[in-house]
Design a protein around this ligand. Sequence first.
Ligand code: SAH
Length: 249
Amino acid sequence: MTFRASVLTLYPEMFPGPLGISLAGRAMQDGLWSLETVQIRDFAADRHRSVDDTPAGGGAGMVLRPDVLAAALDSVAASDPSPRPMLALTPRGRPLTQARVRELAAGEGVILLCGRFEGFDERIFEARPLEPVSVGDYVLSGGELGAMVILDACVRLLPGVMGAASSGEDESFEQVLLEYPHYTRPVTWEGRTIPEVLRSGDHAKIAAWREQRAVEDTRLRRPDLIERHRGASQAPPSGAQRENEGKDT
Ligand code: SAH
């Protein structure tokens, strides 16, 4: 099965960009995933092909028009044999998690809507099943890099993309914790030596040391991950489900 990605953007020339090289690029060449870009401007209805307008209520910048966005989204969705999740890149979205990436990668593909300027007319989120997704608590100038982040994270999980050895469950976020730190040759570098235990050949001891470092480093750098995990048993389901539940009530 080919994982199908469609990216709606005002800058299709940014793609595939980094997704065309290394792991993701090879996977694309191997037909494990495909990438289609859609120029949002092609769906502007007026003579000037305008996609944006000034913000209602005043303020700086321009806002992407809902009618143009809907026409672009509908054109992509219409040719879908079965509906793919539609994600809109926005700092107002739910932060992307490895759990959501796993869900997406297990599906048939994604449709990604990239914003520019001040972002989208809010009504697009009411009128179409769009999941607002953020790639972090900072503001980018456009959604394209965010779309690449999502696709890169998905593609590396597709069956056949990574060697079995590196697809490990040890990796950061897979088991709540950050991954343990890694070392390689030279054994001594600038007076620093690789921790003794990693050179001991004692697999049980190595596993225990790694577990301990994963816990320590997560406590220190990302206490929020541990907190989130503690609350997880009572938490509502993740992803689009939660969004839809919110709308129903
Ligand atoms: N006025 C908006 C920011 C617009 S930035 C606000 O304050 O919320 C322009 C576009 O960049 C957005 O529409 C979005 O598509 C993209 N973008 C910026 N930061 C992002 C982030 N952290 N995650 C995902 N997309 C982001």
